[in-house]
Write a protein that binds this ligand. Sequence first.
Ligand code: UT7
Length: 322
Amino acid sequence: MTYSRIAGTGRYLPEKILTNFDLEKMVDTTDEWIRTRTGVERRHCVAPDQTTSDMCVEAAKLAMESAGVGPADIDMVIVGTTSPDLIFPNVGTLVQHRLGIPSCPAFSLEAACTGFIYALTTADKFIKADAAKRVLVIGAECITKLIDWDDRNTCVLFGDGAGAVILEPSDEPGIMACHLGADGQYKELLYYPFGASKDLAKAGTDEAAIRMSGKDVFKVAVHTLGDVASKTLDAAGIDKSELDWLVPHQANLRIIQATAKRLDLPMEKVIVTVQDHGNTSAASVPLALDVGVRDGRIQRGQLVLMEAFGGGFTWGSVLMRF
Ligand code: UT7
């Protein structure tokens, strides 16, 4: 049987940093409120002319370098994003072209904050089916362009970034189990109020901003993330005590702590990066993964559980031996 494994990782964060103290000057908030309620200390924001594909390209170059592969070795590109450069062509094709990756399937996939987990799971299936050999999988967002900067309920939470991995075939796992889920009944709790086929005239108006009922999202997120982690571990026949690392979606430190608690994992075994970039939606898991890999905490052969939860709601997790 063919499995898939992550051969290399990379990340990119935009240059501009907005601290909690900067936000104190913009809305009625405090560094203390943001840190204690969310764990966020700073976030990165794209320049006005910078796009999601710009960030993808930088993260992808580092992932290819760490995997020891070049553009000609890639035969599929999947980008999880909810903030594409254009409605079409999709970000996958933009990245493919700019990196000089030869003709191959390239697409974007939209599952809000779970976008990378959905993309990685999809890539895993293509490799297992022998339908792809080496997949560039990216999670990336220009989420600060979708924010109402006068709304303290949301503007303190989010940031921009991109994380990428190279997924390739392996005789041994690799990815051991994936679990995806969604429940569209929760649409009103976290959404962006227009798109190409609905209310496009709202673009550029005051209504063009993320809407979120934070408390309600929080409750469902904590419950669901604990559940999805157990399902993925069960599917692989792995006990939670065997886990070396949890790489969670970086939305809120309190949600991360609650998930770790349900897994009986000490926080020393959790990669936490939310303080440095806030909630980067689909980028957050691959960003955190790359941090853990590059600083030497996540070692080859270790058991890593990644999980995410986002608008829709969507959720998912991937268990792998790195
Ligand atoms: O990535 C996709 C999934 N997204 C998430 O997982 C986000 C989930 N939700 C959360 O992380 C949290 O619910 C928030 C961080 C968004 C909010 O934290 P909370 O502890 O649930 O606060 P809250 O919404 O209940 O608000 C508590 C108080 C309110 O004031 P009152 O009504 O008690 O007087 C808010 O108006 O805090 C107020 N507040 C703020 N105060 C200072 C809300 N935002 C701010 C702010 N600064 N930025």
